[in-house]
Write a protein that binds this ligand. Sequence first.
Ligand code: 13P
Ligand code: SF4
Length: 303
Amino acid sequence: MRDAGLASEIRGLAKQRNAVILAHNYQRPEVQDVADFVGDSLGLSRQAAGTGADVIVFAGVHFMAETAAILAPDKLVVMPEARAGCPMADMITAVKLAAWRSEWPGVPVVTYVNSSASVKAASDVCCTSANAVEVVRSLDVPRVLFAPDRNLASWVASQLPEVDVVAWNGFCPTHDRVSAEAVMEAQREHPSAETLVHPECRPEVVALADRVLSTSQMLRRAAESEADEFVIVTEEGLLHALRKAAPRKRFHTLARTMTCPNMKLTTLEKVRDCVEALEPRVTVPADVRERALAAVERMVAIG
Ligand code: 13P
Ligand code: SF4
Protein backbone atom coordinates (compact mmCIF):
# COMPACT_ATOMS: atom_id res chain seq x y z
CA MET A 1 0.00 0.00 0.00
CA ARG A 2 2.78 2.36 1.08
CA ASP A 3 4.80 1.36 -1.99
CA ALA A 4 1.79 1.93 -4.26
CA GLY A 5 1.36 5.48 -2.88
CA LEU A 6 5.05 6.27 -3.28
CA ALA A 7 5.11 4.80 -6.76
CA SER A 8 2.25 6.96 -7.95
CA GLU A 9 3.88 10.02 -6.38
CA ILE A 10 7.11 9.18 -8.24
CA ARG A 11 5.28 8.71 -11.54
CA GLY A 12 3.57 12.06 -11.10
CA LEU A 13 6.84 13.86 -10.30
CA ALA A 14 8.59 12.18 -13.23
CA LYS A 15 5.89 13.43 -15.57
CA GLN A 16 6.11 17.00 -14.21
CA ARG A 17 9.88 17.05 -14.63
CA ASN A 18 9.95 15.23 -17.97
CA ALA A 19 12.19 12.60 -16.36
CA VAL A 20 12.82 9.04 -17.51
CA ILE A 21 13.55 6.50 -14.76
CA LEU A 22 16.08 3.83 -15.74
CA ALA A 23 16.64 0.86 -13.40
CA HIS A 24 19.14 -1.98 -13.56
CA ASN A 25 17.93 -5.58 -13.41
CA TYR A 26 19.48 -5.95 -9.91
CA GLN A 27 17.46 -3.15 -8.32
CA ARG A 28 14.88 -3.85 -5.60
CA PRO A 29 11.58 -5.15 -7.07
CA GLU A 30 9.63 -2.02 -6.15
CA VAL A 31 12.27 0.19 -7.79
CA GLN A 32 12.18 -1.91 -10.96
CA ASP A 33 8.40 -1.62 -11.00
CA VAL A 34 8.40 2.19 -10.89
CA ALA A 35 10.93 2.55 -13.71
CA ASP A 36 10.19 3.39 -17.35
CA PHE A 37 12.83 0.96 -18.47
CA VAL A 38 14.58 -1.93 -16.68
CA GLY A 39 17.59 -3.51 -18.32
CA ASP A 40 21.21 -4.56 -18.45
CA SER A 41 24.13 -2.15 -18.81
CA LEU A 42 23.95 -2.17 -22.60
CA GLY A 43 20.19 -1.64 -22.78
CA LEU A 44 20.29 1.15 -20.21
CA SER A 45 23.11 2.91 -22.07
CA ARG A 46 21.08 2.73 -25.27
CA GLN A 47 18.04 4.12 -23.49
CA ALA A 48 20.10 7.01 -22.06
CA ALA A 49 21.56 7.79 -25.49
CA GLY A 50 18.15 7.85 -27.17
CA THR A 51 15.85 9.42 -24.59
CA GLY A 52 13.76 12.48 -25.36
CA ALA A 53 13.38 13.28 -21.63
CA ASP A 54 15.11 16.26 -20.00
CA VAL A 55 16.17 14.30 -16.91
CA ILE A 56 17.58 10.78 -16.51
CA VAL A 57 16.99 9.27 -13.06
CA PHE A 58 19.43 6.37 -12.81
CA ALA A 59 18.61 3.62 -10.33
CA GLY A 60 21.77 1.57 -10.47
CA VAL A 61 25.41 2.08 -9.55
CA HIS A 62 27.63 5.08 -10.20
CA PHE A 63 29.43 3.94 -13.36
CA MET A 64 26.04 3.39 -15.04
CA ALA A 65 24.89 6.95 -14.32
CA GLU A 66 28.27 8.28 -15.47
CA THR A 67 27.92 6.35 -18.72
CA ALA A 68 24.51 7.99 -19.21
CA ALA A 69 26.12 11.40 -18.60
CA ILE A 70 28.79 10.61 -21.21
CA LEU A 71 26.20 9.59 -23.79
CA ALA A 72 23.64 12.32 -23.07
CA PRO A 73 25.52 15.53 -22.19
CA ASP A 74 22.52 17.78 -22.67
CA LYS A 75 20.45 15.86 -20.09
CA LEU A 76 20.43 16.24 -16.33
CA VAL A 77 21.52 12.88 -14.86
CA VAL A 78 20.61 12.20 -11.23
CA MET A 79 21.05 9.17 -9.01
CA PRO A 80 18.82 8.37 -6.01
CA GLU A 81 21.79 7.04 -4.02
CA ALA A 82 25.13 8.63 -4.87
CA ARG A 83 27.07 6.22 -2.62
CA ALA A 84 26.08 3.23 -4.75
CA GLY A 85 29.40 2.34 -6.34
CA CYS A 86 30.82 -0.81 -7.92
CA PRO A 87 33.82 -2.35 -6.12
CA MET A 88 35.06 -3.86 -9.37
CA ALA A 89 35.07 -0.42 -11.06
CA ASP A 90 37.24 0.83 -8.18
CA MET A 91 39.87 -1.87 -8.81
CA ILE A 92 41.52 0.17 -11.56
CA THR A 93 42.30 3.88 -11.97
CA ALA A 94 43.24 5.89 -15.05
CA VAL A 95 46.79 6.26 -13.70
CA LYS A 96 47.18 2.50 -13.20
CA LEU A 97 45.69 1.82 -16.63
CA ALA A 98 48.12 4.24 -18.30
CA ALA A 99 51.08 2.57 -16.56
CA TRP A 100 49.85 -0.90 -17.63
CA ARG A 101 49.30 0.29 -21.17
CA SER A 102 52.84 1.66 -21.42
CA GLU A 103 54.13 -1.89 -20.80
CA TRP A 104 52.27 -3.08 -23.92
CA PRO A 105 52.93 -0.53 -26.69
CA GLY A 106 50.45 -0.65 -29.57
CA VAL A 107 48.05 -3.09 -27.86
CA PRO A 108 44.45 -1.80 -27.73
CA VAL A 109 42.68 -1.45 -24.38
CA VAL A 110 39.17 -2.88 -24.06
CA THR A 111 37.42 -1.70 -20.90
CA TYR A 112 34.36 -3.21 -19.33
CA VAL A 113 31.63 -0.60 -18.78
CA ASN A 114 32.01 -1.33 -15.04
CA SER A 115 34.73 1.33 -14.75
CA SER A 116 35.01 5.04 -13.99
CA ALA A 117 34.64 7.72 -16.68
CA SER A 118 38.36 8.55 -16.43
CA VAL A 119 39.29 4.89 -17.02
CA LYS A 120 36.96 4.81 -20.02
CA ALA A 121 38.66 7.99 -21.28
CA ALA A 122 42.00 6.17 -21.20
CA SER A 123 40.65 3.20 -23.20
CA ASP A 124 40.16 2.44 -26.90
CA VAL A 125 36.76 0.79 -26.66
CA CYS A 126 34.28 -0.21 -23.97
CA CYS A 127 32.07 -3.29 -23.79
CA THR A 128 29.39 -4.77 -21.58
CA SER A 129 28.78 -8.37 -20.58
CA ALA A 130 26.29 -8.57 -23.47
CA ASN A 131 28.78 -7.72 -26.22
CA ALA A 132 32.33 -8.25 -24.86
CA VAL A 133 33.11 -11.10 -27.28
CA GLU A 134 31.77 -9.13 -30.27
CA VAL A 135 33.64 -5.98 -29.29
CA VAL A 136 36.98 -7.82 -29.04
CA ARG A 137 36.29 -9.72 -32.28
CA SER A 138 35.52 -6.44 -34.07
CA LEU A 139 39.03 -5.14 -33.32
CA ASP A 140 40.56 -7.95 -35.43
CA VAL A 141 43.90 -7.83 -33.57
CA PRO A 142 46.06 -10.66 -32.12
CA ARG A 143 46.22 -9.21 -28.59
CA VAL A 144 44.15 -6.91 -26.34
CA LEU A 145 44.48 -5.56 -22.81
CA PHE A 146 41.20 -6.17 -20.99
CA ALA A 147 40.21 -4.30 -17.79
CA PRO A 148 39.08 -4.54 -15.06
CA ASP A 149 37.27 -7.93 -14.91
CA ARG A 150 39.59 -10.95 -15.10
CA ASN A 151 36.61 -13.33 -15.29
CA LEU A 152 34.93 -11.59 -18.22
CA ALA A 153 38.38 -11.48 -19.87
CA SER A 154 38.68 -15.22 -19.40
CA TRP A 155 35.24 -15.80 -20.96
CA VAL A 156 36.21 -13.65 -23.97
CA ALA A 157 39.51 -15.54 -24.33
CA SER A 158 37.66 -18.89 -24.31
CA GLN A 159 35.41 -17.69 -27.17
CA LEU A 160 38.24 -16.15 -29.23
CA PRO A 161 41.21 -18.54 -28.99
CA GLU A 162 42.99 -16.59 -31.75
CA VAL A 163 43.23 -13.49 -29.50
CA ASP A 164 45.67 -13.15 -26.58
CA VAL A 165 43.51 -11.47 -23.91
CA VAL A 166 45.77 -9.94 -21.26
CA ALA A 167 43.62 -9.36 -18.17
CA TRP A 168 43.68 -6.84 -15.34
CA ASN A 169 43.21 -8.57 -11.97
CA GLY A 170 39.80 -7.10 -11.04
CA PHE A 171 36.62 -8.96 -10.16
CA CYS A 172 33.07 -8.55 -8.91
CA PRO A 173 32.92 -9.63 -5.24
CA THR A 174 29.32 -10.82 -5.67
CA HIS A 175 29.97 -13.06 -8.68
CA ASP A 176 33.54 -14.10 -7.94
CA ARG A 177 32.62 -15.71 -4.63
CA VAL A 178 30.33 -18.30 -6.26
CA SER A 179 31.92 -21.73 -6.15
CA ALA A 180 31.58 -24.50 -8.72
CA GLU A 181 30.45 -26.76 -5.85
CA ALA A 182 27.47 -24.50 -5.09
CA VAL A 183 26.39 -24.53 -8.72
CA MET A 184 26.82 -28.31 -9.01
CA GLU A 185 24.72 -28.75 -5.88
CA ALA A 186 21.92 -26.65 -7.41
CA GLN A 187 22.21 -28.67 -10.61
CA ARG A 188 21.93 -31.93 -8.64
CA GLU A 189 18.83 -30.61 -6.87
CA HIS A 190 17.24 -29.49 -10.15
CA PRO A 191 18.47 -31.95 -12.78
CA SER A 192 16.17 -30.78 -15.57
CA ALA A 193 16.98 -27.08 -15.12
CA GLU A 194 18.93 -25.08 -17.69
CA THR A 195 21.89 -23.26 -16.09
CA LEU A 196 22.40 -19.58 -17.01
CA VAL A 197 25.61 -17.99 -15.73
CA HIS A 198 26.83 -14.38 -15.81
CA PRO A 199 30.36 -14.03 -17.26
CA GLU A 200 31.57 -12.17 -14.13
CA CYS A 201 31.72 -15.62 -12.49
CA ARG A 202 34.94 -17.61 -12.27
CA PRO A 203 35.94 -19.81 -15.24
CA GLU A 204 35.17 -23.05 -13.35
CA VAL A 205 31.61 -21.75 -12.71
CA VAL A 206 31.21 -20.52 -16.30
CA ALA A 207 32.27 -24.02 -17.44
CA LEU A 208 29.12 -25.44 -15.78
CA ALA A 209 26.76 -23.15 -17.74
CA ASP A 210 24.39 -24.13 -20.52
CA ARG A 211 24.57 -20.46 -21.54
CA VAL A 212 26.75 -17.53 -20.49
CA LEU A 213 24.66 -14.38 -20.69
CA SER A 214 24.20 -10.78 -19.55
CA THR A 215 21.22 -10.13 -17.28
CA SER A 216 18.85 -9.05 -20.08
CA GLN A 217 20.02 -11.93 -22.27
CA MET A 218 19.01 -14.24 -19.38
CA LEU A 219 15.54 -12.69 -19.39
CA ARG A 220 15.16 -13.33 -23.10
CA ARG A 221 16.51 -16.87 -22.82
CA ALA A 222 14.16 -17.74 -19.95
CA ALA A 223 11.17 -16.65 -22.03
CA GLU A 224 12.30 -18.40 -25.23
CA SER A 225 13.79 -21.65 -23.91
CA GLU A 226 11.85 -24.90 -23.93
CA ALA A 227 13.09 -25.55 -20.39
CA ASP A 228 10.68 -24.68 -17.62
CA GLU A 229 13.25 -24.58 -14.82
CA PHE A 230 16.50 -22.65 -14.54
CA VAL A 231 19.49 -22.39 -12.24
CA ILE A 232 20.33 -18.68 -12.33
CA VAL A 233 23.88 -17.72 -11.41
CA THR A 234 23.82 -13.97 -11.03
CA GLU A 235 22.67 -11.34 -8.54
CA GLU A 236 19.33 -12.25 -6.95
CA GLY A 237 17.60 -9.01 -8.05
CA LEU A 238 17.20 -10.55 -11.48
CA LEU A 239 14.65 -13.01 -10.05
CA HIS A 240 11.95 -10.35 -10.00
CA ALA A 241 12.46 -9.51 -13.66
CA LEU A 242 12.69 -13.24 -14.55
CA ARG A 243 9.35 -13.98 -12.91
CA LYS A 244 7.78 -11.16 -14.88
CA ALA A 245 9.40 -12.26 -18.16
CA ALA A 246 8.43 -15.93 -17.74
CA PRO A 247 5.72 -16.19 -15.07
CA ARG A 248 5.07 -19.91 -15.51
CA LYS A 249 8.70 -20.97 -15.18
CA ARG A 250 10.72 -21.77 -12.07
CA PHE A 251 14.00 -20.12 -11.13
CA HIS A 252 16.55 -21.36 -8.62
CA THR A 253 19.27 -18.93 -7.51
CA LEU A 254 22.17 -19.10 -5.15
CA ALA A 255 20.44 -16.20 -3.41
CA ARG A 256 22.03 -16.54 0.00
CA THR A 257 25.40 -15.49 -1.37
CA MET A 258 24.51 -13.51 -4.48
CA THR A 259 23.51 -10.02 -3.39
CA CYS A 260 25.19 -6.81 -4.52
CA PRO A 261 24.89 -4.49 -1.50
CA ASN A 262 25.43 -1.39 -3.65
CA MET A 263 22.52 -2.24 -5.92
CA LYS A 264 20.27 -2.49 -2.87
CA LEU A 265 21.12 0.99 -1.53
CA THR A 266 18.50 2.56 -3.79
CA THR A 267 15.03 2.53 -2.22
CA LEU A 268 11.68 3.83 -3.42
CA GLU A 269 11.90 6.70 -0.88
CA LYS A 270 15.26 7.75 -2.31
CA VAL A 271 13.87 7.62 -5.84
CA ARG A 272 11.02 9.91 -4.76
CA ASP A 273 13.41 12.38 -3.07
CA CYS A 274 15.66 12.35 -6.11
CA VAL A 275 12.89 12.99 -8.67
CA GLU A 276 11.55 15.72 -6.43
CA ALA A 277 14.84 17.56 -5.75
CA LEU A 278 16.67 16.52 -8.95
CA GLU A 279 19.67 15.73 -6.76
CA PRO A 280 22.27 14.28 -6.42
CA ARG A 281 23.56 15.08 -9.89
CA VAL A 282 26.10 12.98 -11.75
CA THR A 283 28.46 14.92 -13.99
CA VAL A 284 31.56 14.10 -16.00
CA PRO A 285 34.15 16.83 -16.70
CA ALA A 286 34.03 17.90 -20.37
CA ASP A 287 37.60 16.81 -21.22
CA VAL A 288 37.06 13.34 -19.69
CA ARG A 289 33.71 13.02 -21.41
CA GLU A 290 35.14 13.89 -24.80
CA ARG A 291 37.86 11.25 -24.48
CA ALA A 292 35.45 8.59 -23.17
CA LEU A 293 32.70 9.21 -25.70
CA ALA A 294 34.20 7.43 -28.70
CA ALA A 295 34.93 4.29 -26.61
CA VAL A 296 31.39 4.26 -25.21
CA GLU A 297 29.71 4.99 -28.55
CA ARG A 298 31.50 2.02 -30.11
CA MET A 299 30.20 -0.15 -27.27
CA VAL A 300 26.61 0.98 -27.79
CA ALA A 301 26.82 0.29 -31.52
CA ILE A 302 28.05 -3.33 -31.27
CA GLY A 303 25.98 -6.43 -30.55
P1 13P B 1 24.68 -6.66 -16.96
O1 13P B 1 25.16 -5.65 -17.93
O2 13P B 1 24.73 -8.07 -17.47
O3 13P B 1 23.31 -6.32 -16.47
O4 13P B 1 25.67 -6.67 -15.71
C1 13P B 1 25.97 -5.51 -14.97
C2 13P B 1 26.63 -5.83 -13.72
O5 13P B 1 27.02 -5.00 -12.95
C3 13P B 1 26.80 -7.23 -13.42
O6 13P B 1 27.32 -7.39 -12.18
FE1 SF4 C 1 29.64 -4.17 -9.46
FE2 SF4 C 1 29.30 -6.77 -9.03
FE3 SF4 C 1 27.55 -5.05 -8.03
FE4 SF4 C 1 27.66 -5.53 -10.68
S1 SF4 C 1 27.09 -6.97 -9.08
S2 SF4 C 1 27.52 -3.54 -9.69
S3 SF4 C 1 29.88 -5.81 -10.96
S4 SF4 C 1 29.73 -5.21 -7.49
